[in-house]
Design a protein around this ligand. Structure first.
Ligand code: SAH
Ligand code: DHB
Ligand code: MG
Length: 235
């Protein structure tokens, strides 16, 4: 919970979340098994919340997405939502830097029956992307319909630059964690250090004014505290 959100308020956020979740999210044993396996493996509980997972799933379906790229796999929870959205004929490529974490994800995706839909690529996302671009030059890969950016936030601007080269016109890019309990307000440290989120907005601001994208962000509250997502449509 965010230290700057009162316990009363946070408990109300959770109570409302419970109403939404119990009303609209039909329990899926595959998703529950993934969260249980992640906890057993000691992964940080920084997956998207269930309501956000379904939100991403709906966005993917609404955009008729069948090819999805994800930065930041963790245990494959959000990737499982994407696999559900793209169906058996679709493809999800997800990038994870930590080999042990990637193994947990692969095992979860196999147990979920999605090993042929989701490919987990291990390595620093920026290096893996260079490899993907080479495959493209040889004609082995196609554009993505949907890109979800949810890895190390300091590289968000670099990820956005890659995403713009790899996404189709009309495609969607979503950034997770653009508020981070209000940390976006901290701006740059005195040493110039930054969490990368403000720079993402600065970059998007330019793209908006150049008529290259349509974008917005919404703040969220719930089991993951106070956060937000940015959504970008490529023109
Ligand atoms: N999308 C996941 C959560 C991702 S958490 C879900 O909602 O289920 C962020 C993940 O990004 C972590 O697993 C972390 O190891 C990974 N990560 C951090 N830096 C990275 C990098 N440079 N390249 C690829 N993955 C990275
Ligand atoms: C962190 C990363 C995430 O992707 C997230 O959703 C929440 C927290 C983190 O690195 O702290
Ligand atoms: Mg996240």
């Amino acid at each position: 919970m965010a230290p700057n959100i009162s316990a009363t308020l946070q408990s109300k956020f959770l109570a409302v979340n419970d109403i939404i979740e119990s009303s609209l999210l039909i329990p899926d044993p595959v998703l529950s098994a993934t969260l249980a396996a992640n906890a057993a493996a000691g992964l940080d509980e920084i997956d998207v919340a269930p309501t956000e997972g379904k939100f991403l799933y709906l966005l993917a379906k609404l955009s008729s997405s069948t090819r999805i790229l994800e930065f930041g796999t963790l245990g494959g929870y959000s990737a499982t939502w994407f696999a559900k959205a793209v169906g058996e004929e679709g493809k999800v490529i997800t990038l994870e830097v930590d080999p042990k974490t990637a193994e947990v994800a692969r095992s979860n995706l196999k147990n979920a029956g999605f090993e042929n839909v989701v490919e987990v690529k291990v390595g620093k996302a920026l290096e893996t992307l260079e490899g993907l671009k080479d495959e493209w030059k040889r004609g082995g890969e196609k554009e993505f319909d949907f890109i979800f950016v949810d890895a190390d936030k300091v590289n968000n601007v670099a990820y956005l630059k890659y995403a713009l080269q790899m996404i189709r016109k009309g495609g969607v890019i979503v950034f997770d964690n653009v508020v981070r309990q209000g940390r976006i307000l901290d701006g740059k440290g005195s040493d110039g250090s930054t969490n990368g989120v403000l720079e993402t907005f600065e970059f998007l601001k330019v793209l908006e004014r150049e008529g290259k994208v349509e974008s917005t962000a919404v703040q969220t509250v719930g089991p993951k505290g106070w956060d937000g997502v940015a959504i970008v449509r490529i023109l």
